[in-house]
Design a protein around this ligand. Structure first.
Ligand code: UDP
Length: 422
């Protein structure tokens, strides 16, 4: 199918308005745009992506209700339930208007692509014509998971979680599923899903490597850390980031800081400004800490993470195992220290450490001596070198999946054909 022929087809991606969900959806939009589709992003006003960074897309903002609330691990489930309850009617109106506008000068809607957390979308879409797909992460096999790794949310949210979960895993309402994963990571789980669900699936990843370079960052990236990285030695820097929602409390920050300082290894640490760390406590601590680490440490509020991980001085990633961060690390061959916080991060950490063996999980309370030990194990010791070698091997497998005849590229072409033939 030639690129020109698809010009008349419009896709409506509906991202969930959290950073870790916006990124892969916009990347998928970019990939499909490069295949010739017209892209109109239906998004929340809350955490809205910046349209000027994506001039090729159209954006339609949809009213929602939690504009002022801070997202935290503790209220994620409530926010998702609220979002789905309140967005259904406005989305229905919006879709009706969009469909009524279709004529020769407005492209036909070929497909709605929604995040699994935006499960109100297929309910609304069923009133209209367009086929739809769903983008979400993979439900793994039970091995190597333990009960404590299962993706429950925080204690106390069991009732809400049990309300949410059946909706997330409901693929009945969609005509196909785009999985944000690749064969070399989860081949056997993909085969089981394909077999059990009798549902068309498209595993397509690493999406950020397939998509033309652009950023969907909601926070301003502090690029000054790249100049700092430029002055370090190869594989010498430990990068620490917990993504956009997870955080450490003040005591954990203190233990982390001294563990890093005592390891004597260079580090780049992202501490978001939204993290609640008492400033009166931080003041004397940061003074001593700065004196101790001097030029060896760099702290930023938000980093250009993909660029950081691709820098050849970065030799390790202390991560909360958000799915995007994990994939970005795998794609650059950077071994990980996993410290999951909530939800599917526990599952991912187990896969990183037990199946792909490109990281270790730090399971105990954060304590400076333990932190120093595990940082040195990864950055200096022989075991760390072996881990880095395995990470490089996995990186090459991820690269192969997007070669012109690689599984992800084939899956993408099949998705394009599927949309066009629906
Ligand atoms: N990220 C970033 N700069 C930072 C920290 C994170 O650009 O300083 C990006 C990171 O590259 C990833 C996303 O934010 O694409 C976080 O998504 P992830 O799934 O890892 O975690 P979440 O934020 O959903 O917990």
């Amino acid at each position: 199918m030639e690129k020109e022929e698809k010009k008349g087809c419009k896709l409506l991606p509906v991202p969930c308005p959290f950073q870790g969900h916006i990124n892969p959806m916009l990347q998928l939009g970019s990939v499909l745009h490069s295949k010739g589709f017209s892209i109109t992003i239906i998004h929340a006003r809350f955490n809205s992506p910046n349209p000027s960074v994506h001039p090729a897309f159209n954006f339609i903002s949809k009213p929602d209700i939690f504009l002022e609330q801070q997202i935290s691990p503790g209220n994620m489930v409530d926010l998702v339930l609220l979002l789905n309850a309140k967005c259904q009617e406005p989305f229905k109106k919006l879709l009706a208007q969009t469909i009524n506008h279709q004529d020769c000068s407005h492209p036909q809607i070929a497909c709605i692509i929604y995040d699994e957390a935006m499960y109100f979308t297929p309910i609304v879409a069923s009133h209209f014509k367009p086929p739809n797909s769903v983008l979400h992460d993979l439900v793994p096999e039970h091995y190597p998971l333990r009960f404590k790794d299962l993706p429950f949310m925080k204690p106390g949210s069991e009732e809400q979680t049990s309300q949410l979960m059946p909706n997330l895993s409901n693929t009945e309402r969609s005509s196909a599923t785009v999985f944000n994963t690749m064969d070399c990571l989860e081949q056997s789980s993909l085969a089981i899903i394909q077999h059990q669900k009798q549902h068309t699936i498209f595993p397509i990843d690493p999406m950020h490597k397939l998509a033309p370079e652009s950023t969907s960052s909601l926070l301003e990236e502090d690029t000054s850390c790249i100049a700092w990285l430029d002055k370090r030695a190869q594989n010498s820097v430990m990068y620490i980031s917990l993504g956009s929602i997870a955080s450490m409390d003040a005591k954990e920050v203190e233990e982390m800081a001294w563990g890093l300082a005592n390891s004597k290894q260079p580090f780049l640490w992202v501490i978001r400004s939204s993290q609640k760390i008492a400033s009166e406590w931080m003041e004397p601590f940061t003074k001593n800490f700065k004196f101790s680490v001097r030029e060896r440490g760099c702290i930023v509020r938000w980093a250009p993470q993909k660029q950081v991980l691709a820098h050849d001085v970065v030799g390790g990633f202390w991560t909360h195992c958000g799915w995007n961060s994990t994939l970005e690390s795998i794609c650059e061959g950077v071994p990980m220290i996993c410290r999951p916080c909530f939800g599917d991060q526990n599952v991912t950490a187990r896969y990183v450490s037990q199946v792909w063996k490109v990281g270790w999980q730090y399971e105990n309370e954060l304590e400076r001596g333990e932190i120093e030990k595990i940082v040195l194990r990864l950055m200096v010791e022989e075991e760390g070198k072996e881990m880095r070698k395995r990470s490089r091997d996995l990186k090459h497998m991820a690269e192969a999946s997007i070669n012109s005849d690689g599984p992800s590229s084939n899956s993408l072409n099949e998705l394009v054909e599927f949309i066009m033939s629906s």
